[in-house]
Ligand binder design. Structure first.
Ligand SMILES: [Zn+2]
Length: 163
């Protein structure tokens, strides 16, 4: 198990549509263990494969009691609306208010390749959508109006310069 380096905006892999996971083996298990390590180390609640430089449709999360591995994730149903702050480990956790559905149903494959569906509400539902977006080459800032998106990027670049 190991903590991997987190890819940051504007690295290309974050904007690419991920390739499907097709092999469910020991290597995938080890990769997910690394992803959990990396996520906990960064104090995040979710981490997608592109965030460690891999063009793959895969994420891990541990958010309000929902801990799972999702390969080939899809959001199959959404309901309602929530407006709250969201941030991303690949954009320096700079927060911005983003309106998303309140509930989401995730369909994905587990480490053995078995399909499952899981429903969540509030924060974990937000994580389902945020991480599935990563697998489609989308960042949360892509949902923001241009002015607020630019503001987050500006803050992030400023922070990077301080490092
Ligand atoms: Zn993210």
């Amino acid at each position: 198990m190991a903590v991997r380096k987190i890819t940051e905006y504007p690295e290309n892999v974050l904007a690419e549509v991920g390739k499907p996971v097709t092999t469910f083996d020991k290597a995938l298990e080890e990769l997910c263990a690394d992803m959990f390590d990396t996520m906990y180390d960064a104090e995040g609640v979710g981490l997608a494969a592109p965030q460690i430089g891999l063009n793959l449709r895969l994420f891990v999360m541990d958010c309000e009691g929902i801990k799972l591995v999702a390969a080939n994730p899809e959001i199959v149903h959404t309901e309602g609306e929530q407006s709250s702050q969201e941030g991303c480990l690949s954009v320096g956790k700079i927060p911005a208010v983003l309106t998303r559905p309140m509930k989401a149903r995730l369909k994905a494959q587990d480490l053995k390749g078995e399909w499952f569906e899981r429903e969540a509400e509030g924060y974990p539902a937000r994580a389902f959508m945020h991480e599935t977006d990563h697998c489609d080459g989308k960042l949360f800032i892509d949902h923001l109006p241009k002015m607020r998106r630019d503001m987050v990027i500006k803050k992030f670049k400023k922070e990077q310069n301080w490092k």
